[in-house]
Design a binder for this molecule. Structure first.
Ligand SMILES: [Mg+2]
Length: 398
């Protein structure tokens, strides 16, 4: 067992590479079909390795929109308690720092990349300068970005002012919501039909029928892209098991997000956090094709496919024919660890900007930062003012 695993007193690390030769996504057509590749058919079990020897997840190489594919990845399995937070055995350096810090953590982490990040508000002119001659495409996380983080995830409402800001900016810029929530749930919160929606961490994407690029009636019909559709029965089953396993833990809340399940522990007494982790980990013993990731006081149970918010961004850009870096500038705003996948895609494509919403320094792939949803609203309103000044009579960037 690795040193960290021993220190934390939880059971041995076992990484399971899952065979998935039978995979086949249902439903998608034209562009989608070309994006699906044969999954990795490989099965092996390894005992604990030092973190620097843990194999990287299987990922599709190239990472360009034109080569998008769905593959199956190595499953990080062990839930750990790291610095008072639940975490998952890291598979890459981007997961090195837990994603919700105390004030003292903030001081200790003062030399992380965020310390060098500029505010997206004070750098607004610079951002706009780099968008000259390009179309900005906006990607917005929901919880903690458009809405405040609240104790009851069912009550994470966005303010009417924020909704108006998003509605206004969508008049000028293609705008997508990319959330870990189910697509239906996040739409209930946002309530704006003019946006694109990617729910379940990008595993349920609806490209709106208003997509002006579509030529035929058939293409204009709204059609969800669901790369994890085969996992639906499994998610229903694991959701039931997680509800049963955690029902005795006061404050634990299991949320079915359709293609993934969230176990919220924000309202659980801190002394029981480890117990929550162990219970969830125990349930997952029966689901080797599901993996665990962490967010802000939440454990996320997800299929072991190599699909995340970053892939969702690439998919949307390609579907909307907005994937030419010479003419398009994507901006992604998010607050959570899962948003790092999207920040990373933009950084690696060397086009567009990730904007991290955080009050404290965090290790991040983002380029800029905003401190709160209210600053996000200010940024969106600044974009609206810029577009109105640029073309006061034209309500479209075309
Ligand atoms: Mg969030």
């Amino acid at each position: 067992m690795g040193a960290m695993g021993r220190c934390l007193g939880l059971r041995s690390i076992v990484l399971v590479c899952v065979a998935a030769a039978e995979a086949a996504a249902s439903g998608p057509r034209h562009a989608y079909a070309a994006m699906m590749s044969d999954p990795v058919a490989k099965s092996q079990t390894m005992l604990a390795l030092p973190s620097n020897m843990v194999p990287s997840p299987v990922t599709s190489k190239g990472h360009h929109c034109s080569s998008l594919s769905v593959t199956y990845i190595t499953r990080p399995k062990l839930v750990e308690v790291v610095g008072g937070l639940l975490g998952v055995t890291k598979l890459s350096s981007t997961c090195a720092i837990p994603y919700e810090h105390s004030a003292s953590d903030a001081v200790a982490a003062n030399n992380t990349r965020l310390a060098k990040l500029s505010s997206a508000l004070s750098s607004f002119d610079q951002i706009i300068d780099s968008a000259q001659g390009k179309k900005i495409v906006l990607f917005l996380d929901y919880d903690g970005t458009l809405s405040p983080i609240v104790n009851d995830p069912e009550k994470a409402f966005m303010s009417p002012e924020m909704r108006a800001a998003v509605k206004n900016v969508a008049r000028f810029l293609p705008t997508a919501i990319v959330s870990g929530r189910s697509r239906d749930k996040v739409f209930e919160f946002v309530k704006l039909k003019e946006l694109y929606y990617a729910g379940s961490h990008g595993m349920d994407i609806l490209v709106s029928s208003t997509d002006s690029q579509s030529k035929t009636k058939d293409d204009r019909e709204a059609k969800p892209f669901q790369p994890a559709s085969e996992f639906l029965p499994m998610i229903i089953e694991v959701n039931k098991s997680l509800v049963e396993a955690t029902q005795s833990i006061k404050g634990a809340n299991v949320e079915n997000n359709k293609f993934c399940v969230s176990v919220h522990y924000r309202n659980v007494d801190k002394k029981d956090w480890k117990l929550v982790a162990e219970l969830v980990d125990n349930v997952l013993k029966d689901f080797p094709r599901l993996k665990l990731t962490t967010g802000r006081k939440v454990l996320e149970v997800r299929p072991v496919i190599d699909w995340d918010k970053g892939k969702a961004v690439e998919f949307l850009l390609q579907s909307l024919r907005l994937d030419d870096p010479e003419s398009v500038l994507p901006i992604y705003i998010g607050d959570d660890r899962t948003d790092e996948d999207a920040f990373k895609v933009l950084r690696e494509r060397n086009c567009g900007y990730g904007i991290l919403v955080s009050q404290v320094p965090k290790e991040t792939e983002a380029f800029y930062s905003l401190t709160s949803p209210s600053e996000v609203m200010e940024f969106l309103n600044s974009l609206v003012r810029w577009k109105e000044e640029e073309s006061p009579k034209v309500h479209d960037q075309e």
